[in-house]
Ligand binder design. Structure first.
Ligand code: ATP
Length: 233
């Protein structure tokens, strides 16, 4: 069996005249934390969205490998991709995508309820995850009553409570100061690669990337290099 959880080959994507991705190949290994870096506009978010089945590439394929077999994500319809994202993937974005009117635990439980779990059980699970991420005692606060770092931990809990095998994060620490950013990144790593799961993170932050197991560098829609943090190129 392949040790890759996601295999992308020949990905291209254009928006009008802009070639956001031009022939990208990337294999994401099970259990690794991979950072995607590059200048603004180099195609990082487009690549993340193609890998995660949010955006369909114009050319190329993305395959997802799990215990249930290999799925060609690019061949799936919108409905099936949406189901795959809900059941197998978790997402952490800069703005957290949290619902401000709901409490921390309600935000986390919602991800489970969307997959059919009854509310009481979903909230019990949610409380467990929030506790594990250092938010015990804050479960019943609304998102607006939390600091930026605390809210991002709620987003991390929400991304993972469903047992996602891959978590995709786009600038997850972009709005945080450097100390909080380091803490949030550590929480993200502990709860993903620390448990044998996989993390794909887009970041401008060298400290965030430096905590990953591998960094890929993008320029003009292509992968132009690959590094292991701490090892000179
Ligand atoms: N929905 C869209 N419509 C039109 N152009 C887009 C769209 N999404 C991305 N682009 C363009 O594609 C290119 C790559 O964008 P992308 O967001 O992937 O880059 P990025 O490396 O993530 O940038 P940043 O670091 O600024 O977020 C850019 O030129 C961008 O303007």
């Amino acid at each position: 069996m392949s040790s890759f959880v996601i295999e992308a080959s020949g990905l291209s994507k254009s928006f009008g005249q802009t070639h956001a991705l031009s022939g990208v190949d990337l294999q994401v290994r099970t259990g690794e934390a991979i950072a995607i870096m590059g200048a603004s506009g180099s195609g990082k978010t487009t690549l993340l969205h193609c890998l995660a089945g949010i955006t369909r590439p114009d050319a190329g394929t993305v395959a997802f490998q799990s215990g249930a077999g290999r799925v060609d994500v690019t061949a799936l319809g919108e409905r099936e991709r949406s189901r795959l994202r809900r059941e197998a993937y978790g997402f952490v974005f800069q703005q957290g995508l949290l619902i401000p009117e709901l409490t921390a635990v309600e935000n986390v439980a919602l991800a489970l309820m969307l997959n059919g779990m009854p509310r009481a059980r979903a909230e019990e699970y949610g409380r467990g995850w929030l506790g594990a991420l250092g938010l015990a005692g804050m479960e019943d606060r609304r998102i607006g009553q939390l600091s930026g770092g605390q809210a991002q931990r709620v987003a991390i809990a929400r991304a993972q409570v469903t047992g996602a095998s891959v978590v995709f994060a786009d600038e997850p620490t972009g709005a945080l100061d450097s100390a909080t950013s380091a803490e949030v990144m550590q929480a993200l790593l502990d709860s993903t690669t620390g448990q044998g799961r996989t993390l794909v993170v887009v970041t401008h932050d060298a400290d965030v990337a430096g905590r990953c197991t591998r960094i890929v560098d993008m320029r003009d829609g292509r992968i132009v290099g690959e590094r292991v943090p701490g090892v000179a190129a």
